[in-house]
Write a protein that binds this ligand. Structure first.
Ligand code: NDP
Length: 256
């Protein structure tokens, strides 16, 4: 990309949950804008396979397999990055899971796992990242992945909705604490996107029809639909944009 406003050359971006789906597309888009990438997922073999795919395209990639819900694991992973001299300039808190179940059928363990993976993860990885960004004194960019459920509820996804609502205000809380250090923290709220997470919904004709009828764009989103917004929020073009959530959803938030 030639426009300096969107040039990420010399930056290093950690994208959590980047072995597949939206996270992998974000990693590829940030790499195409010039950033070196730190790929993440729970399984080292999956991280290596995803890293190899990006290296085949000529990108600079480091591997950091860790579970974003495990405090000790997150701290150890950042310690390992420190030891390799890798400093994170851009963090995309993307790792997430969804569980579709009515509230009355949910166990506490199920509730906790969804909250931990979608919300507590952004605190844990954001904290380690910001501690280092503040110590370096060069600012930084954090992008938290929310959802249309950051702002409204849908049935059968209560912990996911609570977590994504939390992402919206955690984004603002981080902005309140870190803006003075030159760190911007913004969120993206994707609409209905086709990935492994949503494939069972795509394959359910009633749900598929509902999405296509209710989304003004009349289609599901694709990972590539989000990449420009991630690159924008990771780039100098957004240096005075802070604490915002941007919905990238084919217009569904305008009408739901
Ligand atoms: P996928 O299921 O396709 O990918 C999820 C990614 O997260 C994988 O790389 C997975 O890696 C990783 N992951 C899951 N749990 C952990 C964990 N505990 N530690 C580290 N990595 C983890 O999901 P999507 O790409 O669809 O979703 C990405 C994000 O976008 C999520 O936050 C999701 O909530 C959000 N989103 C998605 C929407 C959609 O329509 N798809 C809509 C709105 C928001 P691995 O399994 O290898 O560990």
């Amino acid at each position: 990309m030639s426009n300096a406003l969107f040039d990420l050359a010399g930056r290093t971006a950690l994208v959590t949950g980047s072995t597949r789906g939206l996270g992998h597309s974000f990693a590829e888009g940030l790499a195409e804008a010039g950033a070196a990438i730190v790929l993440n997922g729970r399984d080292p073999a999956s991280v290596s396979a995803a890293a190899a795919a990006l290296r085949d395209k000529g990108h600079s990639v480091y591997e950091a397999a860790f579970d974003v819900t495990d405090e000790a694991g997150v701290e150890a992973a950042f310690g390992a990055l420190d030891a390799q001299g890798i400093a994170i300039d851009i963090l995309v808190n993307n790792a997430g899971i969804q569980l579709r179940k009515p509230i009355v059928d949910l166990s506490l363990a199920e509730w906790q796992k969804v909250i931990d993976t979608n919300l507590t993860s952004a605190f844990l990885v954001g904290r380690e990242t910001a501690r280092r960004m503040i110590a370096r004194g060069q600012g930084g960019k954090i992008v938290n992945i929310g959802s249309l459920t950051s702002d409204l509820a849908r049935a059968t996804v209560a912990p996911y909705t609570a977590a994504k609502g939390g992402i919206k205000l955690l984004t603002k809380a981080m902005t309140a604490e870190w803006a003075e250090q030159g760190i911007t923290v913004n969120a993206i709220g994707p609409g209905y996107m086709i990935t492994e997470m949503t494939q069972p919904l795509v394959d359910t004709p009633s749900f598929d029809n509902w999405v296509k009828q209710r989304t003004p764009a009349r289609r599901w989103g694709r990972p590539a639909d989000l990449v420009g917004t991630v690159v924008y929020l990771a780039s100098p073009a957004s240096d005075f944009v802070n604490g915002q959530i941007i919905y990238v959803d084919g217009g569904i938030m305008a009408v739901l």
